[in-house]
Design a protein around this ligand. Structure first.
Ligand code: ASP
Length: 591
């Protein structure tokens, strides 16, 4: 039997037709002498009725059906009797009266429910991903991901961009994470690196004259376990020549406009607001601010100077700062709630968290006695404190204070229900610092990557005050999540040399690592810039799920393992021999 229609297709219009449907049994019920089967495929569900009056033997066979059997059924489409229609199904006005039934394949007892409401734990779902993907929610997510890819491609095609593939077997790229290595059999002892991004290749494509490039591309980063990272993930990668930041912003805003229109039916407002990195850190404590709610941070270092509170005055003495957050209307917080906030501050390396409740007579709290009336008044006025508010203060190094209060702000936004789920709040973060100091390695690192252009006006500072140099770099943030980032690149050899010098990269090292790019720049390099977005993250946000694993067909689990095919797995002695590799696992007792 060859199917004539899908399980999501039949409506009243088909009544009286003879059809053949194929699909999975998603439910079987025996009722008043009849057998009902919900037949499912990726297009929907159709109710099939087996009636002994039509054929007793076919109905008997239908009683053998169990969930997830694959069957083919032929029969007539009939309108359902009045009052028995199912408005939730696109096929809910009809049913198919079965004449013939073929059991195409049977199904063993299921390790997870495909049609039920109970969600198996994630390990089981990942082990039996092929079944998990049958669940209607997952089917929707995968379809959404496909549609997202389609919108993105059509958008870039329509704007004259070329889709160009770049190698997976390549040389390490300077994205800052650890590389996945692939040993070369032909050149024993040598390795390819899987690209962390196509960064260098897309810049080379600009040198070759392909002035508008994009690619939806896999990237690989061997990072330590973090809740929502995947060792291989997908980027929308873009690069353009002869552009300024403005051109890139315009292209990106147009892209998100199309995505939201096509997938969500929402008209996005553009241009997106822009704030500098500095302003973002000042007001929100983070560079990926959720701007759907207030609770902004206020610096109170000056106001608090000269208090008798040692913990604060010492921090200020050692170049620390003090910032406050006014948790409005939270004056009634319990000791437990306050303790939780203190703990959160400590997770971010703050030594402590000081709180004041705002009472009718002024600020009250365990350390209020160390502050004179004038300071308390100043503090209340700076934070716009009103009766029944709660002031939270952290002192210390700027990064620590920002990280602690930034995460408390996020936590309170959620806890107090201040976040409107319907809001879509895009923001560009601009004017990032070019470099950041790596305390552990005791040297400057590129905040974005070493090919990011410094701002022209800051060039003279690069040697003496590298920390003050701003980059021509930008990030796009949506509702507190960084969706992507990029920069205008360096295309002049002498600037690149200065940048390497600031990073402590010697000429030889630069030559060995990126010689081919530096070489290319000697032969007529156009000014260029670009951006890359997390495709999985965008799909997850559109699907309304927190985890990117929900929108990836075959993801790894949190420990970077594929539970379904158990990759990574050992390889044979012969394979190792061919690669001239010897394992040295015993030493660590890890056999
Ligand atoms: N290659 C960068 C990244 O993956 C993005 C860019 O600068 O275009 O983060």
């Amino acid at each position: 039997m060859q199917r004539t229609h899908s399980c999501g297709e039949l409506t009243e219009k088909h009544a009286g037709k003879e059809v053949v449907l194929s699909g999975w049994v998603s439910n079987r019920r025996d009722h008043g002498g009849l057998t009902f089967v919900d037949l499912r495929d990726r297009y929907g569900i159709t109710q099939v009725i087996f009636n002994p009056k039509t054929s007793r033997s076919v109905q008997e066979k239908a009683k053998e059906l169990r969930d997830e059997f694959v069957v083919a059924v032929s029969g007539n489409v009939v309108k359902r009797p009045k009052g028995t229609e199912n408005k939730e199904l696109s096929t809910g006005a009809i049913e198919v009266q079965a004449k013939e039934l073929e059991i195409v394949s049977r199904c063993e007892p299921l390790p997870l429910e495909v049609s039920g409401k109970t969600l198996a734990n994630e390990d089981v779902r990942l082990k039996y991903r092929f079944l998990d993907l049958r669940r209607p929610e997952m089917q929707q997510n995968i379809v959404l991901r496909h549609r997202l890819g389609k919108v993105v491609r059509e958008y870039f095609y329509s704007r004259g961009f070329l889709e160009i593939e770049t190698p997976f077997l390549s040389k390490s790229t300077p994205e800052g994470a650890r590389d996945y290595l692939v040993p070369s059999r032909v050149h024993p002892g040598k390795f390819f690196a899987l690209p962390q991004s196509p960064q260098l290749f897309k810049q080379l494509l600009m040198v070759s004259g392909f002035d508008k490039y994009f690619q939806i591309v896999k990237c690989f980063r061997d990072e330590d376990l973090r809740a929502d990272r995947q060792p291989e993930f997908t980027q929308i990668d873009v690069e353009m020549s002869f552009v300024s930041e403005e051109n890139i912003f315009e292209i990106v805003e147009g892209l998100f406009k199309d995505i939201f229109k096509e997938i969500k039916g929402i008209n996005l407002k553009t241009p997106f607001p822009r704030i500098s990195y500095e302003e973002s850190m000042e007001r929100f404590g983070v560079d990926n601010p959720d701007m759907r709610f207030g609770l902004e941070l206020v610096e109170v270092t000056e106001a608090i100077k000269g208090s008798g509170f040692k913990a604060f005055s010492q921090e200020i003495e050692y170049n620390g700062i003090v910032k406050a957050l006014n948790a409005e209307k939270c004056g009634g917080f319990s000791k437990k709630e306050l303790d939780e906030l203190i703990e959160l501050a400590q997770v971010h390396r703050a030594k402590g968290l000081v709180w004041f409740k705002v009472a009718s007579g002024g600020l009250e709290g365990p350390v209020a006695k160390f502050f004179n009336e004038k300071i308390l008044k100043e503090l209340a006025s700076k934070t716009k404190a009103k009766e029944n508010d709660l002031l939270l203060l952290v002192a210390g190094k700027e990064e620590v204070v920002n990280a602690a209060l930034g995460s408390i702000r996020r936590e309170l936004g959620k806890k107090l229900g201040l976040i409107d789920d319907k809001k879509i709040s895009f923001v560009w973060i601009v004017d990032f610092p070019l470099l950041e100091f790596d305390e552990e390695e005791d040297r400057w690192q590129a905040k974005h990557h070493p090919f990011t252009s410094p701002q022209e006006k800051d060039l003279p500072l690069l040697e003496k005050e590298p920390g003050k140099v701003k980059a021509r770099a930008y990030d796009v943030v949506l509702n507190g999540v960084e969706l992507g980032g990029g920069s205008i690149r360096i295309h002049r050899g002498e600037v690149q040399e200065k940048m390497f010098a600031a990073l402590g990269i010697s000429k030889q090292e630069a030559e060995a690592k990126f010689g081919f790019l530096l070489d290319a720049f000697k032969y007529g390099a156009p000014p260029h810039g670009g951006i890359a977005f997390g495709f999985d993250r965008i799909a997850a946000m559109l699907a309304g799920t927190e985890s990117i694993r929900e929108v990836i067909a075959f993801p790894k689990n949190k420990a970077a393992v594929s539970l379904m095919d158990s990759a990574p797995s050992p390889v044979s002695e012969r394979q190792l021999k061919e690669l001239k590799l010897k394992l040295d696992l015993e030493k660590k007792g890890k056999k």
